[in-house]
Design a protein around this ligand. Structure first.
Ligand SMILES: [Zn+2]
Length: 364
């Protein structure tokens, strides 16, 4: 599966010329739809014989992989091929990302990044007073990671001292049960870190677990909801998916607020493609928020590999005229992967558009 570590490895492969062919093929598209795009690249590279050779050789590697690999039904296939860099990798993606062909200076990762960003791993606890199941949901699978039994008895109406003793014992039971679940989540996060947490179940154990959570895990809690006592785990997981998605939208807004706070205050923020790119190049960016529909042109130098925002005809670093266009959002995505910065692809909103469609929180 394509994960953050794989993307980081692929991002490291960037080179000085267009030697990487990337193909994203949705399962609903026949591979023959790619032919027109291959022909277009061939004609665009007609005056660059070396890059044309990279393309033709990489294309035969890609074709072999496209024939050999099935995409998941309703998903897509991502193929990265470079004859020059001896790269041949194919990944099944769980969702369509739009069929695309790209010949560039690095594997084209933006669609895969967006997919992972949109499907960050989250943990779900489905629970009542009897038992709890812990699930981990990632882009392509749902795993049951653990079970905890509570067997907390229902409240009963009794009078006097025995009622108090009964209530105390019951409270203790709930607390022990909740602590066991919270410990299970902490162990899971250590082994397979998750970005968000959702609790689904009746309100009493949900509140107890919330109280028992370690602070950093409580920060990951994006919501809780109760489902009908007879609801299946599938229903519970569907409710959780909705909450996790709302959590993703909220985290985009929270990141925007942090960036804006820095912008009006201490200044550890960058706004607009030029500033954000400069910050990333200097490894100063910590989190980048980009409008998922934004497009920025960039230019790369074949002589010194310098990349800038915009379309100058000579390299600002070395003066060479041997430059070629790159997709700056792609360059941002790759540089973020190399420098350990996060990229959040946000649904478009006005404030971000006014700030230039891209902004970043800086480390220093
Ligand atoms: Zn240069």
């Amino acid at each position: 599966m394509l994960n953050a570590a794989t993307l980081r490895d692929l991002a490291d492969l960037a080179g000085p010329e267009r030697a990487f062919l990337t193909v994203y093929l949705d399962a609903s598209d026949d591979p023959s739809v790619l032919d027109a795009r291959f022909s277009r690249i061939r004609s665009l590279l007609a005056d660059e014989p070396e890059e044309l050779e990279h393309f033709e050789e990489s294309l035969s590697l890609a074709r072999e992989m496209i024939e050999a690999h099935e995409s998941t039904p309703d998903g897509a296939l991502a193929v990265f091929a470079s004859w020059g860099a001896d790269l041949r990798r194919a990944y099944a993606l769980p969702e369509p990302v739009g069929t695309k062909v790209w010949m560039g200076d690095a594997p084209y990762l933006r669609p895969a990044y967006e997919l992972l960003d949109e499907h960050e791993t989250y943990a779900v606890v489905v629970l009542d007073n009897e038992k709890a199941r812990i699930y981990l949901v990632s882009a392509d699978e749902v795993d049951e990671e653990g079970r905890v039994r509570g067997d907390v008895k229902n409240r009963v109406k009794k009078g006097g001292w025995s009622q108090k003793r009964y209530a105390r014992r019951r409270e203790k039971q709930i607390e022990t049960y909740a602590t066991e679940i919270a410990d299970g989540l902490a162990a899971l996060d250590a082994e397979r870190p998750f970005a968000r947490l959702v609790l689904v179940g009746s309100s009493e154990p949900v509140q107890a677990v919330t109280a028992a959570l370690r602070t950093d895990l409580r920060d990951k809690l994006v919501g809780s909801t109760s489902v009908d006592g007879n609801a299946s785990d599938a229903d519970a997981l569907e409710a959780a998916a909705g909450l996790a998605e709302e959590g993703e939208r909220r985290s985009e807004q929270a990141l925007w607020r942090s960036i804006r706070e820095q912008g009006v205050g201490p200044g550890l923020a960058a706004f607009g493609a030029t500033s954000v790119w400069e910050a990333l190049r200097a490894a100063r960016a910590e989190s980048v928020l980009v409008d998922r529909e934004a497009e920025f042109a960039g230019t790369k130098c074949r002589a010194c590999e310098h990349v800038v925002h915009g379309t100058p005809s000579t390299c600002g670093a070395c003066g060479s005229k041997d430059v070629f266009p790159v997709d700056l959002v792609e360059a941002v995505t790759e540089q973020a992967a190399r420098t350990g910065a996060e990229v959040d692809f946000a649904d478009p909103f006005d404030a971000l558009a006014e700030a230039g469609g891209i902004a970043a929180l800086l480390r220093y």
